[in-house]
Design a protein around this ligand. Structure first.
Ligand SMILES: NC(=O)C1=CN([C@@H]2O[C@H](COP(=O)(O)OP(=O)(O)OC[C@H]3O[C@@H](n4cnc5c(N)ncnc54)[C@H](O)[C@@H]3O)[C@@H](O)[C@H]2O)[C@@H](O)CC1
Ligand SMILES: Nc1ncnc2c1ncn2[C@@H]1O[C@H](COP(=O)(O)OP(=O)(O)OP(=O)(O)O)[C@@H](O)[C@H]1O
Ligand SMILES: [Mg+2]
Length: 359
């Protein structure tokens, strides 16, 4: 393999920071202290993506995971796992059928619009109730570009922002951001996790050259700047994480099979890691010393993304060693528990933590 393109200004992350956010399990912890996560996604086409996201959140250590999805995706997602709490509150099919049945006159259209607005109002109420109970929101796995799904996703981002909740945005959630960047502009608790194609689209929207140029800041850093300091996790051969001021690279070896769903697994692990920060902050025990500064919050946010990227790649490597070409994302999911337990118990970094320096 050829050596990576040198990047300017990439610093070595402190893995000790990730250790600070891992909650200690005791016999007095109660349900929820391990994190409550919500994933908004899952449409008639894509039911696997929200499952992978939600289950990786649970496997890393979250106590509860709510999935908010299209009505016709919910039975499939529920059948994959009884551990997920699935809310079929996005009525895409009902709305589609109503619109198809509407006669082509103003009165009928107005009547249908009134019913559709009622459906949306009810969904909003239910969504508010769920978001007020969780620590982190993931938007996008299997969301699709359906207008109703995108509309609900937009509302959820606005609601999460009003609650100062961390939001992880991936896949079709990034399509929404590409079209309406102001939704997250300047929101430092937003984490964007684009793959190669999604990254290029976001850069295009912000008029950034996605290619790395000698002497320039890494593209992920420029994109983060352009969004006013959101966290960008640019996935690829190496994952590049930036919040505008800092840049980290995750370089540990992954599996060689690029089966669909690995990005979804990453979103769940970022979500749980961020949920731990929220739980710790709320109980005023954040990391070493319980210091509640914005700077420390920021460092922990980056550490959360760094740890989750490293875990995803490590689990992918472990599953690939067992299954080779046949490996699927469900095999990678199964590695999270053993990987994390081994890592915590042995209290040693997964090699090569410190290999994160470019140039
Ligand atoms: N089992 C499932 O239900 C899965 C559903 N998924 C969902 O599928 C929807 C569409 O996601 P996509 O990622 O396909 O959409 P994209 O629009 O990101 O990708 C479009 C095209 O780009 C290609 N591409 C992606 N990454 C690339 C790379 N690194 N290098 C070169 N080409 C690359 C893909 O093969 C695809 O043909 C999303 O809602 C997503 O969440 C995926 O997450 C995969 C798993
Ligand atoms: N060339 C590569 N070498 C090693 N790891 C990679 C490579 N490309 C991606 N990954 C890893 O795979 C994971 C998912 O990244 P990927 O680019 O496949 O996301 P995605 O396309 O959004 O996935 P999904 O199929 O879930 O939508 C990340 O953790 C990333 O580090
Ligand atoms: Mg993806």
């Amino acid at each position: 393999m050829s050596s990576p393109q040198p990047l300017q200004g990439v610093t070595e992350p402190s893995f000790a920071r990730y250790r600070e956010i891992i909650p200690v399990l005791t016999d007095s912890t109660h349900k929820g202290q391990g994190g409550r996560v919500c994933v908004l996604g899952g449409s008639s086409e894509y039911t696997g993506a929200p499952y992978f996201s939600g289950m990786s959140a649970l496997r890393l250590g979250a106590d509860l995971c709510h999935i908010i999805c299209a009505e016709d995706a919910s039975t499939a997602i529920k059948s994959y796992s009884p551990d997920l709490i699935v809310h079929p509150l996005i009525r895409t099919r009902t709305i589609e059928q109503l619109e198809l049945m509407t006669a082509d006159d103003d009165k009928s259209r107005a009547a249908t619009k009134a019913v559709v607005d009622k459906i949306h109002a009810k969904a909003k109420d239910e969504l508010n109730g769920i978001l007020e109970r969780v620590h982190v929101l993931v938007i996008g796995p299997g969301l699709s570009r359906d207008a109703t799904m995108q509309r609900v996703a937009k509302y959820a981002i606005q609601k999460a922002r009003s609650l100062f909740m961390p939001v992880v945005i991936d896949a079709d959630g990034l399509f929404l951001i590409q079209n309406e960047p102001e939704l997250i502009q300047g929101y430092s608790r937003a984490v964007l996790t684009p793959n190669l194609v999604e990254f290029a689209r976001l850069c295009k929207e912000k008029k950034i050259n996605a290619e790395e140029q000698a002497g320039e800041q890494p593209a992920a850093q420029r994109l983060s700047h352009a969004f006013g300091g959101v966290v960008v996790v640019q996935k690829g051969r190496h994952d590049i994480i930036s919040s505008g001021t800092t840049v980290h690279a995750v370089t540990n070896t992954g599996g060689l099979k690029r089966s669909g769903g690995q990005g979804d697994l990453l979103t769940g692990m970022i979500a749980t890691s961020l949920a731990w920060i929220v739980v710790a902050r709320r109980s005023n025990q954040a990391g070493a010393g319980g210091e509640d500064s914005q700077a420390k919050n920021h460092v922990h946010f980056l550490a959360a993304c760094y740890g989750a990227c490293t875990f995803t790649r490590r689990c992918s490597q472990l599953a690939f060693e067992k299954h080779g070409r046949a490996v699927q994302s469900s095999d990678i999911l199964a590695e999270i528990g053993p990987m994390f337990a081994g890592y915590v118990e042995q209290a040693r970094p997964i090699a090569p933590w410190s290999e994160a320096i470019y140039g």
